[in-house]
Design a protein around this ligand. Structure first.
Ligand SMILES: *[C@@H]1O[C@H](CO)[C@@H](O)[C@H](O)[C@H]1NC(C)=O
Ligand SMILES: *[C@@H]1O[C@H](CO)[C@@H](O)[C@H](O)[C@H]1NC(C)=O
Ligand SMILES: *[C@@H]1O[C@H](CO)[C@@H](O)[C@H](O)[C@H]1NC(C)=O
Ligand SMILES: *[C@@H]1O[C@H](CO)[C@@H](O)[C@H](O)[C@H]1NC(C)=O
Ligand SMILES: *[C@@H]1O[C@H](CO)[C@@H](O)[C@H](O)[C@H]1NC(C)=O
Length: 487
């Protein structure tokens, strides 16, 4: 009996050893193959990363590093973010049928995106199954096939539940002209536009939207010049409290599958009202300043779009042909505020006939004509990191020159900004002219082609159209959601 037992445990451990050996050698093979994918892509200047893993990592400096990892090892830091919360542990034992179906759908979406990403690795055939008409311009995407697949999966599956609590103007409404336009336009599109993504059944939703407008809070709740943001925070705190008492969804994920959207500079401040909203939920913000708590792994950078009278300036709707001459090297006109503009204006204001830098543009000169006549458009941060100039420059096919610190550019998990813009360090502002002049003509041409290719991703349509800015914002939210596996 004893011996038998020994014999048994001997063969048992021998088998285990054999298995271990097999597993180890297999995984070595596996690692090797993924390693080779890596080294190949390292030879290419363009990185090809599966976007299912949000690779954006922000270091202490203002540089954003895109960390690559092999498609086979799906270990995003976001996935297990919510394992360590008592709430989740309880819920995870009693998954509802709906939740299970949702998670199964997301798992299939992840798998198909990973597959598309792997197929488009540089050494494999070009773009597996991508419709060229929909996504042109390979270079402007980190991984075009992965993006396209992810977009299709979003169209196929993504459902947003919009909370009905609260009343206009502060909830269910927002500005539709002026600089914070995108707040109102997104809320309206979500509530009254395409019905594809909205679900009335919260059990079927992947994410939950709290449709309040920080711009309208500032307009209706804030007492001018007091700089007291308590009323905004109070409102947001109340809102979260109401929905977390009335519905089970907030507590289920500690807010991780909930999102708010704000273009106003004070969006981040308002989100401080609730620690989970700030630290856990998806915050879609124009003021995407990493040194003010913006976290690109869970938050979404929102482009700022200035609609003066509710419409885009007609001049920018149809840019001149690419061969039209652009007499000026670069252009900027704007207020002297924030940390960066003083450096730019002190150095370049009214100094150079090539580098046209104004504080306020004289009345008889036309802002957009300047954009259309300049090769580069300077986009320095002001009071906040975002600037509507970036989108205007894209429209004007005037290569944006990003002068900012701690700014996470919109859609940068999908788009390669270096393919259609230039980032100049703040410390290089004195050398700005030299830096811009040294951009080779060939590269400049490529940048302009890049601008043409990304333009549609920044267009606000009413009603929204595929791949436009509304859908890109939604896609950013979708990406964060598929990186999340509660329970
Ligand atoms: C869970 O989080 C708490 C506080 O953040 C930490 O002290 C604890 O070690 C974590 N537990 C696990 C199992 O990670
Ligand atoms: C969610 O949690 C809060 C605080 O723990 C609690 O007050 C609230 O009742 C919970 N909501 C639901 C629907 O159980
Ligand atoms: C976010 O989390 C950190 C670390 O747990 C905490 O110190 C901070 O107060 C939280 N932020 C807010 C706004 O609650
Ligand atoms: C620009 O190109 C168009 C057609 O390609 C041509 O007709 C036009 O003369 C060109 N203009 C200049 C300034 O070269
Ligand atoms: C970003 O945040 C940091 C830290 O609060 C601040 O010093 C900086 O001015 C902000 N940048 C802009 C452009 O607002």
């Amino acid at each position: 009996m004893d011996i038998k037992l020994h014999g048994y445990s001997f063969t048992h451990s021998f088998l285990i050893l054999l298995l271990l050996f097999l597993i180890l050698s297999l995984s070595a093979l596996f690692n090797f193959s993924s390693f080779s994918i890596f080294s190949v892509s390292n030879f290419q200047s363009s990185i090809s990363v599966p976007i299912v893993q949000l690779q954006t990592q922000v270091s202490a400096s203002d540089q954003i590093h895109y960390v690559q990892s092999a498609p086979s090892s799906y270990t995003s830091p976001m996935i297990n973010r919510f394992r360590n919360t008592t709430g989740i542990k309880k819920i995870s034992k009693v998954h509802s049928r709906e939740e299970e179906l949702l998670e199964q759908g997301l798992a299939r979406a992840r798998a198909s995106i990973r597959k598309a990403a792997a197929l488009s690795a540089p050494n494999v055939s070009p773009i597996g199954g991508v419709n060229r008409r929909d996504v042109v311009g390979e270079v402007v995407y980190r991984n075009r096939a992965a993006f396209y697949q992810s977009y299709l999966e979003m169209e196929r599956r993504f459902k947003v539940y919009v909370y009905s609590e609260g009343s206009p103007p502060i909830v269910h409404d927002g500005p539709c002209k002026d600089i914070y336009t995108i707040e109102g336009r997104f809320i309206h599109e979500m509530e009254h536009g395409s019905r594809r993504y909205r679900t009335r059944d919260p059990q079927r939703a992947h994410v939950y939207f709290m449709p309040f407008s920080v711009a309208w809070m500032v307009k209706y709740l804030y007492k001018p010049l007091t700089y007291d943001l308590t009323p905004l925070r109070q409102f947001v705190a109340d809102y979260v409290r109401v929905i977390s008492i009335k519905y089970p969804f907030w507590n289920r994920t500690c807010g991780a599958d909930h999102f708010m959207l704000a273009c106003h500079d004070w969006g981040p401040h308002a989100s401080r009202a609730n620690p989970l909203l700030y630290n856990t939920s998806i915050r879609v913000l124009c003021n995407a300043n990493t040194s003010e708590g913006f976290n690109p792994r869970k938050d979404v950078s929102l482009p700022e779009i200035h609609l003066y009278s509710g419409n885009f300036p007609p001049q920018l709707l149809s840019p001149p042909p690419a061969n039209t001459s652009r007499p000026y090297l670069a252009f900027f006109a704007g207020g002297l505020h924030g940390p960066i503009r003083p450096l730019l204006l002190n150095q370049w204001k009214d100094r150079d006939s090539d580098l046209r830098v104004f504080e306020y543009l004289p009345k008889h000169l036309n802002y957009y004509s300047f954009m259309l006549q300049s090769k580069f458009c300077l986009c320095p941060s002001g009071h906040e990191v975002a600037s509507p100039r970036i989108v205007e420059a894209i429209y004007a096919e005037c290569v944006p020159v990003i002068l900012s610190k701690y700014y996470v550019l919109p859609f940068s998990d999908v788009l390669r900004w270096e393919a259609f813009s230039i980032r100049v360090k703040v410390s290089e502002i004195p050398r700005l002219k030299e830096v811009l002049r040294s951009v080779p003509e060939e590269k400049y041409k490529k940048l302009k082609e890049g601008l043409k290719a990304v333009r549609k991703h920044f267009v606000l349509n009413q009603p929204a159209k595929r791949f436009d800015v509304f859908h890109m914002i939604l896609h950013s939210i979708w990406l964060r959601r598929i990186n999340l596996r509660p329970g």
